[in-house]
Ligand binder design. Structure first.
Ligand code: GLC
Length: 541
C-alpha cells in the first residue's frame, strides 16, 4: 500500500529562491529551506515539490536549464541538496523535483554546440528547419512575448523550434540519444534519492506535421518507457504530469496505470474561482462530471494557484473573458491566457471565501497541492514582470524583509509585498501560528482532518441527492467500501437552509471540523449553511 502514498498525500510547492535566505545574499537557498522543514511538517505536508534548482540563466526562472546535473550556485551545492533530502526523509516527508524534458536553455552546452555546426554531434538534439512554416497548426503558449514557435538562429543558419520562450529550444525526441540523455538525468536524481518528478510541459515532446503537436502517440510511448524504467529500478517514486489539457486528454497520460502516477487537474481550478464568484456550482459540477475515471493506482493533483499565471487555457472563450473581467480588471493582472495574481487577493482577501476554496480542494477527488505563501494568504505584486509578482519572498515574521532575509532590502531578488493589506506586518507565519483562528491554523486543522480520513484521498465521488436543487450548493459524498463523507459547500454570500439525502443506513453525521453531530430524519439531513460555509460530515452507520 505504501507505494500508493501519493493517493492520500498533501503536496506543497516551494520556490527555493523565495522561501528562506540562510546566508543573507537576498536569495533563498537550499539551506534556508532546510531550516523551515519543521514548519512544513507541522503544516501537514507529505511531499515537497521544488521548482527547478539547476544552473540556468533564469530567463524562465530556472525552467531554462543549462546543466541538468548540478545546483544553481545561489541555491547551494549538490551536497546541500543531499542534506536537504536526508532532512526531508528524516521527517517522514518526501521530495520531488522538476523534470524539464521538453527543452533546455539556449545556454546549455548541447545547444551551444548544436548551433555552432551542422556536424556537431548535438545538432540533432534540437529541432531545426530551413523554413518557419512547419507545424503551423501548433498554438503559441507564451502569447504575450512570442510571435512564432520558430526562431531564426544566426549562428546555426536555420530556424529552431520552441514551445516556450525563444531562449528555450525544444529537444528533439525523435533522436534516441535525447531520449537516453533524459533517462540519465532521471537516474541521476533518483539515485540521489528524490521521490519522483513533476514532469514539466510533457504534451509537447514530439512534433508531427498535420497535428497540433500535442499529446502525440509518440510522446505517450516515450513517457511510458520512462515509467517502466522507474518501476523497474525505483518503485514507490512518482511521476506527476503537467499537461494543461482537458480531462479527456489528460486521461491517456495515466495510460493503463503505466504512464503517470499523477496528473494535475487544470480545468477544475478556474472553475472553483468561477463558481465562487458566481455563487453557482454548475461550471464546477460540469467539469467534474466530464472528468473520466482514472486507473486505480493513479491520482489527480488539484491546486488553487501555482507559480504561473492562473491559466485560462482550459475554459471557453466566453468564460475566459468573464474570468478576466471579474478577476483581472487591471490590465497588469493579465498575462498570456491567464491572471497573474495570488489566491488571497483574487478572493478579496475574504477569509470565508479562501477557506471555502481550500475546503473544496481538500474534499474533491485528488491530492491537493498548496502553493507556498498561500497558506497564510500572501499578496501579489502585479507590477513585477512576467510571473514574478506571485513569486515574492515568503513572509515569516513582521521583521524587515518579512524575516525572509537579513540582506538589505535592495539586495533581495524581489521586493517583499508592501501593499499594506498584505505586507509582513499584516500577513506572516509567526503571527498566524500564534492565532488559533488564523488561516494557517484553519488550514492545518483541515489538512490533519483530511489526512485522518483516507476516504478523502481514495474514495470515489458521488453527487448528493438534493430534492430541492440549490444553485449555490456543492454537495457530494466521498465513498469507499467502508466509509463515506458528505461534503457541503455554500458558494453564496447568503445563508442557506439545505436538505440533502444521506447514504443508506447513516444513523449520525459527525462534523469532522466542528465536532457537532447531526441526526438524519427520513434519510435526509437538514441544516443551515452560513455564507461561504462548508461542512465535512462523516456518515456513521
Ligand atoms: C511549465 C512551467 C512554467 C514554465 C513552462 C516552460 O508550464 O510551469 O513555469 O515557464 O513550463 O518550462
Amino acid at each position: 500500500m505504501s507505494e500508493l502514498w501519493y493517493k492520500n498525500a498533501v503536496f506543497y510547492e516551494v520556490y527555493v529562491r523565495a522561501f528562506f535566505d540562510s546566508n543573507g545574499d537576498g536569495h533563498g537557498d537550499l539551506k534556508g529551506l532546510m531550516q523551515k522543514l519543521d514548519y512544513l511538517k507541522d503544516l501537514g505536508v507529505d511531499c515537497i515539490w521544488l521548482l527547478p534548482i539547476y544552473p540556468s540563466p533564469l530567463r524562465d526562472d530556472g525552467y531554462d536549464i543549462a546543466d541538468y546535473y548540478s545546483i544553481l550556485p545561489t541555491y547551494g551545492a549538490l551536497e546541500d541538496f543531499c542534506e536537504l533530502l536526508d532532512a526531508v526523509h528524516a521527517r517522514g516527508m518526501r521530495l520531488i523535483t522538476d523534470l524539464v524534458l521538453n527543452h533546455t536553455s539556449d545556454q546549455h552546452p548541447w545547444f551551444q554546440s548544436a548551433r555552432s555546426s551542422r556536424q556537431s554531434p548535438y545538432r540533432d538534439y534540437y529541432v531545426w528547419s530551413d523554413t518557419d512554416q512547419k507545424y503551423r497548426e501548433t498554438r503559441i503558449i507564451f502569447l504575450d512575448t512570442e510571435k512564432s514557435n520558430w526562431t531564426w538562429d544566426e549562428v546555426a543558419g536555420q530556424y529552431y523550434w520552441h514551445r516556450f520562450y525563444s531562449s528555450q529550444p525544444d529537444l528533439n525526441y525523435d533522436n534516441p540519444a535525447v531520449q537516453e540523455e533524459m533517462r540519465n538525468v532521471m537516474r541521476f536524481w533518483l539515485d540521489l534519492g528524490v521521490d519522483g518528478f513533476r514532469a514539466d510541459a510533457v504534451p509537447y515532446l514530439f512534433e508531427r506535421e498535420g497535428t497540433n503537436c500535442e499529446n502525440l502517440p509518440e510522446t505517450h510511448e516515450y513517457l511510458k518507457s520512462l515509467r517502466r524504467f522507474m518501476d523497474e529500478h525505483y518503485p514507490g517514486r512518482i511521476l506527476l504530469c503537467e499537461a494543461n489539457q482537458w480531462p479527456e486528454d489528460v486521461l491517456p497520460y495515466f495510460g493503463d496505470g503505466d504512464e503517470f502516477h499523477m496528473g494535475f487537474h487544470f480545468p477544475v481550478m478556474p472553475r472553483i474561482f468561477k463558481a465562487l464568484r458566481e455563487g453557482r456550482a454548475d461550471s464546477l459540477v460540469d467539469i467534474l462530471k466530464r472528468t473520466p475515471e482514472i486507473p486505480e493506482n493513479c491520482q489527480w493533483c488539484t491546486f488553487l494557484r501555482n507559480h504561473d499565471e492562473l491559466t485560462l487555457e482550459m475554459v471557453s472563450e466566453e468564460d475566459r473573458q468573464w474570468m478576466w473581467r471579474e478577476y483581472a480588471p487591471h490590465p497588469r493582472m493579465r498575462l498570456n491566457l491567464g491572471i497573474r495574481r495570488r489566491l488571497a487577493p483574487l478572493l478579496d482577501n475574504d477569509r470565508r471565501k479562501i477557506s471555502l476554496a481550500y475546503s473544496l480542494l481538500f474534499t474533491l477527488p485528488g491530492s491537493p497541492i498548496i502553493y507556498y505563501g498561500d497558506e497564510i494568504g500572501m499578496g501579489d505584486n502585479i507590477w513585477l514582470e512576467d510571473r514574478n509578482g506571485v513569486r515574492t519572498p515568503m513572509q515569516w515574521t513582521n521583521a524587515p524583509n518579512g524575516g525572509f532575509s537579513s540582506a538589505s532590502p535592495e539586495k533581495l531578488y524581489a521586493p517583499v509585498i508592501d501593499d499594506p493589506q498584505f505586507s509582513p506586518e499584516r500577513v506572516n507565519v509567526t503571527d498566524q501560528l500564534n492565532d488559533p483562528q488564523s488561516l494557517l491554523n484553519v488550514l492545518r486543522r483541515m489538512i490533519a482532518t483530511r489526512k485522518a480520513q483516507s476516504v478523502l484521498g481514495k474514495g470515489k465521488l458521488q453527487w448528493a441527492q438534493i430534492p430541492t436543487p440549490l444553485p449555490s450548493l456543492v454537495a457530494f459524498h466521498r465513498v469507499d467500501e467502508i466509509e463515506s463523507i458528505l461534503a457541503l459547500h455554500n458558494l453564496s454570500a447568503q445563508s442557506q437552509p439545505v436538505s440533502v439525502s444521506v447514504l443508506p443506513q447513516t444513523t449520525v453525521l459527525h462534523d469532522l471540523l466542528t465536532g457537532e453531530n447531526f441526526t438524519p430524519a427520513d434519510g435526509m439531513i437538514s441544516l443551515i449553511l452560513q455564507p461561504y460555509d462548508y461542512r465535512w460530515l462523516k456518515e456513521i452507520r
